[in-house]
Write a protein that binds this ligand. Structure first.
Ligand code: ADP
Ligand code: MG
Length: 241
C-alpha cells in the first residue's frame, strides 16, 4: 500500500499579530490507500483546516503535504489544480449539489470540466450512480431527492473518475441516523477499493466505521487510536471474514 496522503509537521496560521490563530500545529498524518480515517475534536480544533490543506484548497503555513507521494507545494499552480480535479474528491455537510442539474449531470460535471466528452462523462456518471444504488434517481433534480440520496449523489460525484483521496467534512451532519449509517457504509466500501479517505465527524458511533480515529485539540493531534469495536466489526463477524 502507498500513502495517498501524508502531512509532515503541518501548521496553519490565520491572521497575524494579536488576531493570529494557529489553526493547525505541527500535525503529522499518513493515510494509506484503502484506509478510512475519522477526525474528531471540538469545534474550532482545526478539523476543517486539516481537510482543506489535505485537499490543497488552502496552503499550509509550514510543513509538507504529499498527495500520492508528490509534494503539493512543489507543484505548479496548473498541476495542483489538475490534481485537485482528478485525484481528490470532496464531500461536504450541505452536499453542494447544483440545483439546476439532475443527479447524473451533477456527477458528470467534474469529468466534463476536466475535458471528458459529454457522452463518456454521462456514462461514467451513470455507472457511479448505479454502484450507489441510484440508477433510478439519475434524472431527478436535487430537490426531488431525499437527504440521504443527495449525499449519495455527492459521494458519487466525489469518487467519479480516478480519484485517490476522498475528503469528507461532516458528511452525515445533515442526515438522520439511518441515512447517516448508509453514507458511512458507502464511504467505508469506497475506501476498501483503494481510495484513501479522511472524514470529519462529531459522532463516535459513525467514527467507529473508520480504521483509525485522529483526535484534534487546539490544532494539535492529541491521539490516534483504533476505534472501539463498532458496527463494522459486527459485519466482519457475521460474514466470517
Ligand atoms: P473545526 O473544523 O474543527 O471546527 P476549523 O478548522 O474550522 O475548526 O478552525 C480552526 C481555527 O481556525 C478556529 O479558531 C477558526 O476560527 C480558525 N479559522 C478557520 N478558518 C479561518 C479563516 N479562513 N480565517 C481566520 N481564521 C480561521
Ligand atoms: Mg469544521
Amino acid at each position: 500500500m502507498t500513502a495517498q496522503l501524508e502531512l509532515r509537521q503541518v501548521s496553519k496560521v490565520y491572521g497575524s499579530g494579536p488576531t493570529e490563530v494557529r489553526a493547525l500545529d505541527r500535525a503529522d498524518l499518513i493515510v494509506e490507500g484503502g484506509e478510512l480515517v475519522a477526525v474528531m475534536g471540538p469545534s474550532g480544533s482545526g478539523k476543517s483546516t486539516l481537510l482543506t490543506i489535505a485537499g490543497s484548497l488552502e496552503e499550509a503555513s509550514s510543513g509538507e503535504v504529499l498527495v500520492a507521494g508528490t509534494e503539493v507545494s512543489g507543484m505548479s499552480g496548473n498541476d495542483r489544480a489538475r490534481m485537485r480535479r482528478r485525484a481528490i474528491g470532496y464531500v461536504f455537510q450541505d452536499f453542494n449539489l447544483l440545483v439546476g442539474l439532475t443527479a447524473v449531470e451533477n456527477v458528470a460535471l467534474p469529468l466534463e470540466l476536466d475535458g471528458v466528452r459529454a457522452g463518456t462523462a454521462r456514462k461514467t456518471a451513470m455507472r457511479a450512480l448505479d454502484e450507489l444504488g441510484l440508477s433510478a434517481r439519475a434524472g431527478r433534480y436535487p430537490d426531488e431527492l431525499s437527504g440521504g440520496e443527495r449525499q449519495r449523489v455527492a459521494i458519487a460525484r466525489a469518487v467519479v473518475g480516478d480519484r485517490q483521496l476522498l475528503l469528507a467534512d461532516e458528511p452525515t451532519g445533515a442526515l438522520d441516523s439511518v441515512n447517516g449509517e448508509a453514507v458511512m457504509r458507502l464511504l467505508r466500501a469506497t475506501c476498501r477499493e483503494g481510495i484513501a479517505g479522511v472524514m470529519v465527524t462529531h459522532d463516535a458511533q459513525l467514527a467507529s466505521w473508520a480504521d483509525r480515529v485522529v483526535f484534534l485539540r487546539d490544532g494539535h493531534i492529541v491521539d490516534q487510536t483504533a476505534p472501539p469495536a463498532g458496527p463494522e466489526s459486527l459485519l466482519v463477524t457475521e460474514t466470517g471474514r
